[in-house]
Ligand binder design. Structure first.
Ligand code: C5P
Length: 311
């Protein structure tokens, strides 16, 4: 059955992401850091249903507590709809219904997926027919992770993370995600990284303003080898996330002792992503972690970016 309530609605689904690799360089004057990252879109989705309306309104529901999600202009999906209307001269409004499955403030780009889905849904609902490069440009203005949520798959992100190039990835990768009830603030984690680096002397004098993804990460993805990928996964935001939430260290250890190949904090956390050898292994790791009292989900990647489900 379609999620669309009645004709005049467009339902778009957009994925959450894991940063398989996340290298963070220096801080630009605009507050954003230079990044070299590899995103992989995974099978945990946000659903956005856009319905014609004279006003701009929003409702949010989800599998977990969504009370922290703003319903006004601080909401990225709302900003996306208004930005598209302003860019195209569209004079009406929209009601956006967001059904969340990606953890709120979890480091998996849930808000960015909402924004990407809202852009695609409103463009279809309003018939504004935005060209893909222009859609990408609006997405990048909304947030560094929004262009990736539009495109999906596996991609290298440079600049602020918004300059994307597709990465070749063979086959399917199985992940177990351990979510936390309480999110972490992305700006706070970046700030903590800067403080930690200046206190420890690491990169303090000369943080690189242009970074590359290490070749072994790209080779492992291209070969479809989870073991090689596990050996080359890395996240510069893991140290500040662990400083902010020391209990995540125990989560990582629990997943590794359950048989995961590797575990890293996803993006700015607190979600921890475990890469597993196979679907069966992921199933086992998930059940072990759940038995130990963790909230664990088995997902796979790569999957596609924002897509219209029904119109
Ligand atoms: O663009 P987005 O809203 O996802 O970024 C959230 C925050 O994360 C930014 O305000 C900034 O503090 C931090 N950030 C950063 N460098 C990046 C991406 C995000 O410092 N490349």
């Amino acid at each position: 059955m379609s999620l669309a309530a009645f004709p005049g609605s467009v339902h778009v689904r957009a994925p959450g992401k894991i940063n398989v690799y996340l290298g963070v360089g220096g801080r630009h004057d605009d507050g954003y850091h230079a990044l070299a990252t590899v995103f992989q879109a995974v099978s945990l989705y946000e659903d956005v249903i856009a319905t014609a309306s004279d006003e701009f309104t929003l409702s949010v529901s989800g599998v977990e507590d969504t009370s922290a999600v703003p319903l006004d202009d601080r909401n990225l999906a709302m900003r996306a709809a208004k930005m598209l209307a302003a860019a195209t001269g569209y004079e009406g409004g929209v009601h956006l219904e967001i059904r969340k499955s990606v953890p709120v403030a979890g480091g998996m780009g849930g808000g960015s997926a909402d924004a990407a889905a809202a852009l695609v849904a409103c463009d279809a609902l309003w018939g504004t027919g935005l060209h893909p490069p222009r859609m990408h440009e609006l997405a990048a203005r909304l947030g560094a992770d929004v262009p990736f949520a539009l495109h999906g798959g596996t991609a290298v992100g440079t600049g602020r993370g918004d300059q994307l190039n597709p990465a070749l990835a063979h086959g399917r990768f199985d992940w177990v995600l351990v979510t936390s009830e309480e999110g972490l603030s992305t700006p706070a984690i970046y700030a903590r990284l800067d403080t930690h680096r200046s206190q420890s002397g690491a990169l303090a004098d000369d943080p690189p303003m242009s970074l590359d993804v290490p070749i072994p990460v790209l080779q492992a993805l291209r070969a479809g080898e989870p073991r090689s990928l596990a050996a080359s996964m890395f996240n510069d935001l893991e140290v500040p996330a662990l400083l902010e939430r020391p209990s995540l260290d125990g989560v990582i250890k629990a997943g590794l002792s359950a048989g995961a190949l590797s575990g890293i904090v996803s993006g700015s956390g607190p979600t921890v992503a475990f890469l597993c050898e196979s679907p069966e292994s992921a199933h086992y790791v998930q059940s072990e972690l759940m038995d130990a009292g963790h909230a664990a989900l088995h997902v796979h990647g790569p999957v596609s970016g924002a897509r219209i489900i029904t119109a």
